[in-house]
Design a protein around this ligand. Structure first.
Ligand code: G1P
Length: 913
């Protein structure tokens, strides 16, 4: 590592599998990397090996961290090396002296990060001391809840070095709640044992918000020399390890008496613990290297340290598991691969691709920026992430979607937190009755996509239960007669569990929303919509933005209902109580009358507060479709006229909201024009905006929301004041999070909407802007991937766990490459712009469709731009198959794809001209 490279301030990819390298990663704060497995071990690791390790809110091996702790707390994974005649050196860079140098641009130590799927390696060289340390960390793809770390020490000096290695990992061993709630008292519960290979802590009780209860989880740090030999001494008690007046960055045990320590077999009670292990003193000859393996484990009842020693205890085991890990992720990620002109973009996309999987594994709670919630996954995130999991992990997605529908309440609201196992639902993470009005829209989007990709129309007729708890009337009332013992499934008056079709669940969600209007006849904002920060307009607030999404969903549903005729049916059965909401088939409601709508909804609520009759009515598909279409048409027409606003500058767009005074939010204002991106996205996406309106929206968004400094379109203009009548987000400083940041999720949905409406150049500009900014490391200061948002300084915030990744992938695949399903058939409708084709005029995507791996290659020999080319010819594995050509698209029926052999990839070559 020469000093020129040392000063380089950018990551770069080193291969096609997404591996990247970054010099001096420790000179950027807030960086962290995820290490995780399906068994439930979740870690975060930083260039200085900070972060934490846990399996749930109540089981943290290392102390839980928020982002500021990453630099300000000293409780990192550490690996000390005491060098005779020189002193103590931290191979992880975690000594007081090393940290003091981090700000200085000196070359005393050279540090490089290498990372891939999903492993993390830091290489640190100190020529003065004469040592180089390669530290590799990962979480194996096994059934064990363990993190592994291998440290290879190499003597880079000309002299022999006599060293004593001491890994030291703080063993917190309890619930995150105890960080500020009985931190000391809970240390008294610790029972600490010295196993042959390390330190084990098993608290007697767990003592957190769930109450006291016997604890059955053991936390351990075990160490191995390369060949598997154990350490020779242990420092298990934190206060002894650091010494009076010391701390984890200058621990007395290492600095003053590295050759001491307790022997295996000893035990202690009632102290803060640390997995500090002393390996045998060894002499490293010049050029010689020696490796050590450290295992950090959270052991549930029945898991034995002995078994972990056998599985992971040595360098050979470590290397084998690392290889398996890399193979696992590579295999998983190869199901979706993009090839465009920019190889940096293609590789960056791999990191976007892993993000939905990470959110499935971490939920929204367990990385340092995500220091809220208590685990479980949020309703809207769950559904939106399944949009893309459908393309990568398609085996179970139908079943998963089906199981999520059990979270829908009969009043159209839903349980908001979903646990890891099917059927695990909670009203809310804090048990606060709150209804997010957008929640009813996402299941339909995911289901429509699923049915289009799979052709599985019978899915709509599968029967599922409804969720029941004490909240009724969209959490406006309590069902006093309900008790938890009755279970969380909705019942009939006869006491049977009530099963309704998936279609009925979707209808419940949309029909209740349709009638749930505020004074301006838009759907009420309730507890908030997609923007969690719009949470202070519960009484009078209305979300025009999501009224638009409901409208377009209802319109699409009216078509999907007719598609059911393909199954040879003409009718479906629906709960009798639902019929009044299909008002055009029963007693029509005057849609212009807010009061009449509210009354119809109130009657419906009254009919199903506690139970349903169990009576079902046959409804013809045609009638059902017509009722839905009437509703959608009415909504669209109304939005187009009543919510379309024009400001003094002559610019026009859709108003997205009404506040808690019933005042319209957007348009001219003394503080400057007020505009939200959300208000535009769904009117565009669902075809509510006419073509002329769409063009005007683009113009207004470019004028008011576009800001190249933050990589694109802001979520809103600067409203210039705190808005207690709208939501907490206007208490945030402007330019941050839900108040006017470039919030990737909405920006990407804007891109998706633009592509859908044929604004291809404009859509590309959004997607490219986000990529360009995210990958601009000196500004965004983040590893490859897409952040939740870009803050006012340009930094990429809340990396990894964001729904924008799902939408980015979905947009790339189904819009940019135009590879999508329609009721099971494959449609190809590329919207690639000229600069996306490589030097040979090609752009490729490989994806799964109908269980087949398809490699779709677009050939654009004349380098035409979007708008200039059409599909001229399609060859499937070199043969011109049955293809129906449209104006800009082509359709291949499902049977053609399904008849292709299962295992091997197939080539669909599409010539554009
Ligand atoms: C996050 C939440 C998402 C919410 C959004 C806006 O976005 O996960 O549910 O709609 O904030 O409040 P994400 O981080 O997924 O991009």
């Amino acid at each position: 590592m020469n000093s020129q490279r040392n000063r380089r301030q950018d990551w770069h990819f080193v291969d096609d599998t997404g591996t990247f390298m970054l010099e001096n990663p420790h000179r950027t704060s807030y960086l962290y990397f995820p290490l995780v497995n399906e068994a439930g071990l979740m870690s975060a690791i930083t260039p200085l090996l900070h972060g934490d390790i846990k399996t749930s809110q109540n089981t943290f091996l290392m102390p839980p961290v928020s982002v500021e702790d990453l630099h300000n707390s000293r409780s990192a994974r550490n690996f000390w090396v005491f060098v005779d005649g020189i002193g103590a050196w931290s191979a992880a860079g975690n000594s007081a002296a090393q940290k003091a140098r981090n700000l200085a641009d000196d070359d005393a130590e050279q540090v490089r990060l290498e990372a891939g799927f999903l492993w993390h390696k830091v290489i640190r060289e100190n020529p003065q001391i004469g040592l180089r340390a390669d530290i590799t960390s990962f979480v194996p793809t096994s059934d064990d809840q363990v993190e592994l770390m291998k440290v290879t020490l190499t003597n880079i000096s000309g002299l022999p070095l006599r060293i004593t290695p001491v890994p030291a990992i703080p063993l917190y061993g309890r619930s995150a709640d105890n960080l500020r709630d009985h931190r000391h008292v809970t240390s008294l519960l610790h029972r600490i044992k010295m196993h042959t290979h390390g330190v084990l802590v098993r608290p007697t009780f767990s003592f957190d918000e769930r109450g006291h209860g016997p604890n059955s989880v053991t936390y351990g740090v075990l160490g191995f020399e390369a060949g598997g030999s154990p350490p020779v001494g242990f420092f298990p008690i934190l206060e002894e390890f650091i010494g009076e007046g010391g701390n984890l960055e200058c621990p007395e045990a290492v600095f003053k008496s590295p050759e001491t320590g307790y022997p295996a077999g000893e035990s202690f009670e009632g102290f803060e613990a640390i997995g500090a292990l002393r390996f045998e003193v060894t002499v490293l000859e010049p050029g010689e290297a020696k490796s050590y393996v450290v295992l950090m484990a959270i052991m549930q009842e029945g898991v034995e340290a002995r078994a972990l020693v056998e599985t992971y205890g040595g360098e050979a085991q470590f290397d084998a598991w690392l290889q398996r890990n890399q193979d696992h992720w590579e295999h998983k990620l190869e199901t979706l691969t993009f090839h465009t002109r920019s190889s940096r973009f293609n590789r960056w996309m791999k990191w976007v691709q892993i993000q939905p999987i990470l959110r499935r594994l971490y939920g929204n709670s367990f990385l340092p920026y995500h220091d809220y919630g208590r685990g479980g996954r949020g309703w809207r995130d769950l559904w939106q992430d399944s949009l893309v999991l459908l393309m990568m992990e398609p085996e179970d997605v139908g079943q998963l979607l089906f199981s999520y529908y059990a979270g829908v309440r009969i009043d159209g609201s839903n349980a908001t937190i979903i646990g890891a196992r099917p059927g695990e639902f909670k009203a809310d993470r804090n048990n606060i009755p709150r209804v997010w009005m957008d929640h009813g829209t996402w299941p339909f989007l995911a289901t429509q996509l699923y049915v289009d990709q799979s052709g599985d129309l019978p899915f709509l007729l599968r029967e599922q239960a409804y969720f029941k708890d004490s909240f009724v009337n969209r959490a406006q009332a309590i069902d006093e007669t309900w008790a938890p013992e009755q279970g969380t499934q909705f019942r009939t008056t006869a006491g049977e569990i009530y099963w309704g079709t998936i279609l009925e669940h979707i209808l419940v969600q949309h029909l209740t929303a349709f009638f749930n209007v505020g004074q301006h006849n838009n759907i009420k904002l309730e507890g908030a919509d997609w923007n969690d920060g719009l949470d202070m307009a519960t009484e009078q607030g209305e979300s025009v933005a999501f009224t638009a999404l409901y409208a377009s969903n209802i319109q699409r549903l009216s078509q999907l209902v007719l598609a059911l005729e393909r199954l040879g049916i003409t009718e479906v059965q629906l709960a009798a109580e639902l019929m009044p909401l299909l008002d055009t088939l029963t007693v029509p409601v005057d849609y212009e009358s807010v009061v009449a709508k509210q009354k119809r909804l109130a009657d419906y609520f009254a009919s199903c507060q506690h139970t349903l009759s169990g009576t079902r009515i046959n409804v013809s598909l045609r009638d059902l479709s017509r009722d839905l279409l009437d509703k959608a048409n009415w909504l669209c027409a109304r939005l187009r006229t009543h919510e379309w606003i024009r400001d003094r500058q002559g610019l026009a767009w859709f108003n997205g909201y009404y506040d808690n005074h019933g005042q319209r939010v957007e348009g001219d204002h003394p503080n400057g024009a007020r505009m939200t991106l959300t208000g535009q996205v769904f009117t565009l996406m669902g075809g509510i905006a006419t073509d002329e309106q769409a063009q005007e929206i683009v113009r207004a968004a470019d004028r008011y929301l576009f800001d190249p400094k933050v990589g694109g379109y802001r979520l809103n203009t600067n409203f210039g004041e705190v808005l207690p009548n709208l939501g907490r987000c206007f208490g945030f400083a402007f330019g941050h999070k839900e108040n006017g940041a470039m919030f990737s999720h909405m920006a990407v949905m804007y891109a998706y909407a633009l592509y859908r409406r044929g604004f291809v150049k404009e859509g590309y500009r959004v997607l490219d802007g986000i990529f360009q900014h995210s990958q601009d490391y000196p500004v965004s200061r983040m590893y490859p991937g897409i952040p939740e948002y870009i803050n006012s300084k340009g930094r990429g915030m809340y990396p990894y766990l964001t729904g924008s990744a799902s939408w980015y992938l979905l947009t790339m695949l189904t819009e940019v490459f135009g590879v999508k399903g329609h009721l099971g058939d494959l449609i190809l409708e590329p919207k690639l712009v000229q600069e996306q084709f490589d030097a040979t005029g090609e752009a490729r995507v490989s994806t799964l469709f109908a269980g087949r791996r398809l490699n779709v290659v677009y050939h654009n020999p004349s380098r035409l731009d979007y708008g200039q080319y059409k599909i001229k010819e399609i060859l499937i594995n070199g043969i011109s198959g049955r293809v129906e050509y449209g104006k800009r698209s082509a359709a291949i029926t499902r049977d053609v794809i399904a008849n292709l052999a299962e295992k091997q990839p197939h080539h669909i070559n599409v010539t554009l001209g």
